[in-house]
Design a binder for this molecule. Structure first.
Ligand code: ZN
Length: 369
């Protein structure tokens, strides 16, 4: 019998999936399994002969990409103003579909992601994910409809589809994504939110992403005005409040609702999200590339809001690697906050248990960054 020599794995941050991430932590590894976890000094004292292997920035459970658009994986990468990105997505509409989603899911699998949240714009992609996905997650069906006179028709058309998909849930669960406050009319936002609450669908909404969105809702000015004219979207009387306040006033926010982006917020907005029990997904590289600003981590931490990480689509992110989102902010934001966002918060947003690293955990379930 071969005797396996123990070794100590260390990294800048070691996070076991529970408790506080450790700054000077380590794992005692024997063969292909974790034998012990704890402080590096403690492990060194207990196993003075074990060699120490530096495993880079972090050791964690498998990471979660909590917000992607897999069916946009064939969209050429774009940098520039948010409103021009929307034009870019519309112009490449034919690149969207099952093949692109397959490409995106394969990328997530290659990256050993533990779970994913995906915005699904087409029914065939939802069918495909429910049948074929080898990864657990939530597929949020996207709802768009800025014209309030069409709210009833749109809602009545999607309701039976969502209920039918829900019956086919397995590894992947079904959610709803009213796209954004400026692309979904108030009555349609309220109907979908109420339906989601009653039927138990998780929700993701893009909110407070670009400065232009805030300007449009607060003052009916900026690039969205011209865009809506071009798209022949009916003139809308904006609410005159921030995007978060607007959704709160409509009764859309609450537990089970995840706000994606949440960049253009003030402290009052973050307090609203904390009180409503909402979660947030931040997509740092997309926000930077689309000139949307910087996510106010300190404000969210102050109010105890759970923040997960996502990449957004390949259209606004160079890859679907959520570790790269965290590494992009490494040092600027406390790395302990980032590793938790990339793991535990992601599992929470998707309604999944966070895998724990304990005695006996196989190394395939330990992610080194
Ligand atoms: Zn998105």
């Amino acid at each position: 019998m071969v005797k396996l020599e123990p070794e100590i794995w260390s990294a800048e941050v070691v996070y076991l999936g529970f408790g506080t991430p450790m700054l000077r932590g380590g794992l005692l590894v024997v063969g292909e399994h974790v034998a012990m976890a704890g402080g590096l000094e403690e492990l060194r004292r207990a196993y003075p002969d074990a060699p120490i292997r530096s495993k880079g920035k972090a050791l964690t459970p498998p990471v979660v990409n909590a917000h992607a658009h897999l069916d946009l994986s064939r969209l050429p990468y774009f940098r520039g103003r948010y409103i021009d990105f929307i034009r870019h997505v519309i112009a490449h509409g034919s690149a969207r579909g099952v093949e692109a989603a397959r490409q995106g899911l394969e990328e997530l699998q290659r990256l050993s992601v533990g779970a994913f949240g995906d915005i699904v714009a087409r029914g065939e992609v939802m069918d495909w994910l429910l049948e074929e996905s080898g990864l657990p997650g939530v597929a949020y069906y996207e709802v768009i409809g800025p014209d309030p006179s069409k709210a009833d028709d749109i809602f009545e058309a999607i309701k039976p589809r969502l209920l039918a998909w829900k019956k086919r849930e397995g590894r992947v669960r079904v959610g709803i994504s009213p796209h954004a406050p400026h692309t979904v009319s108030a009555p349609l936002l309220q109907k979908t939110a109420e339906f989601a609450r009653l039927e138990g669908f998780p929700v993701q909404i893009h909110v407070a992403e670009s400065p232009d969105e805030r300007e449009y809702l607060e003052r009916a000015k900026g690039s969205f005005v011209e865009f809506n004219q071009q798209m022949k979207i009916p003139v809308w009387e904006p609410p005159g409040v921030s995007p978060i306040r607007y959704l709160a006033d409509l009764g859309v926010l609450g537990p089970g609702v995840t706000v994606v982006h949440g960049v253009q917020v003030d402290e009052g907005d973050v307090q609203i999200l904390a009180q409503a029990g909402c979660w947030v997904v931040s997509c740092p590289r997309s926000n930077e590339g689309l000139e949307c600003g910087e996510f106010p981590w300190a404000l969210y931490l102050k109010h105890g809001v759970e923040v997960a990480l996502g990449t957004d689509s390949r259209g606004s992110s160079p890859d679907l690697n959520v570790k790269n989102e965290a590494l992009h902010l490494w040092g600027k934001v406390d790395p302990r906050v980032l590793v938790r966002a990339a793991t535990r918060s992601g599992y929470r947003v998707l309604g999944l248990e966070t895998p724990r690293i304990t005695r006996g955990t196989h190394l395939s379930q330990v992610e080194s960054w």
